[in-house]
Design a protein around this ligand. Structure first.
Ligand code: HPA
Length: 275
């Protein structure tokens, strides 16, 4: 099978990263979503490593995704950041998308903070709102761990009842309160893309219990849980989902909203890491 995540490949990638930067056990892994890459500027003394240079990794082709790791510190805590992520809509396999998460886990990251831009399904949400992800629905039709068993890397079956850590969500709520940022909470549903959804799909997703829709995050969180990492997820609501208003969706609006919300998300992340 192509693109299977093996311990050998993860170890080779980790060995390469260690030639460029040291990563401590307990580091925070951070994935920056569409339009949110500017958050990497908050990382001090960052060493940048292009995905294309890392053995067994694929480069990011999505617009506005830098496609590199930035390894440094935020508020004294070591951070390994993905400035730009990999998506299924780029033609990447679930395993190619999950690989860097496994790599960051192997390097010593014990906590993953994932961010994304998402369409608001919940009609109470406004553009620019931040939503703490309480759970997700995987409509991608695949799972990055569906591969020959690799017991040295992850268990065959693992629990997803607390995929998004209740303790980390409490910390995020406290951080938001400390800087006066209002946090929404809800369920994220992942679709393949790259087309946006139809209004009928969005109505169906609302019935399924979803509050926001996007094209990422779920494979990464699944891999992180398999690696035993604790996960926090934050969606930035970049647009009302299809059909919520009678307007066509545009990726430019997504990027504009994300860039405008970057400052708020940065403030929240700094307070969260400092807690
Ligand atoms: N749908 C899917 N993905 C998205 C959206 C959306 O409306 N907005 C940002 N990412």
């Amino acid at each position: 099978m192509e693109h299977v995540i093996t311990k050998t490949h993860v170890d080779e990638a980790a060995a390469y990263v260690r030639t460029r930067a040291s990563v401590e056990e307990g580091a925070l892994a951070l994935v920056l979503g569409s339009g949110l890459g500017g958050l990497a500027a908050a990382i001090e003394d960052g060493v940048c490593i292009d995905y294309a240079d890392v053995p067994h990794m694929v480069p990011s082709t999505a617009p506005d995704h830098a496609g590199r790791f930035v390894i440094g510190t935020i508020a004294g805590r070591q951070v390994i950041c993905m400035q730009g992520r990999l998506h299924a809509y780029e033609g990447n396999s679930p395993q190619q998308i999950a690989f860097p998460i496994c790599l960051m886990g192997a390097l010593g990251a014990t906590e993953l903070v994932v961010t994304n831009a998402a369409g608001g399904i919940n009609v109470a949400f406004g553009v620019g709102d931040l939503m703490l992800i309480e759970d997700h629905i995987n409509l991608l039709g695949a799972n990055p761990l569906a591969a020959p068993d690799e017991p040295e890397l992850f268990p065959r079956f693992f629990d997803m009842t607390q995929a998004y850590s209740p303790a980390l969500r409490t910390r995020a709520r406290e951080a938001a309160a400390s800087c006066g940022i209002e946090l929404r909470e809800g369920v994220y549903i992942a679709t393949l893309g790259p087309s946006f959804e139809t209004p009928a799909e969005i109505r169906a997703f609302r019935t399924l219990g979803a509050d926001a829709v996007g094209m990422s995050t779920v494979f990464e969180v699944t891999a992180a849980r398999a690696m035993g990492m604790e996960v926090l997820g934050i969606s930035m609501i970049s647009n009302p989902a299809a059909g919520v208003f009678d307007e066509p969706l545009s990726i430019d609006d997504v990027y504009i909203a994300a860039r405008q919300a970057t400052h708020k998300l940065e403030e929240l992340l700094l307070a969260y890491v400092a807690e």
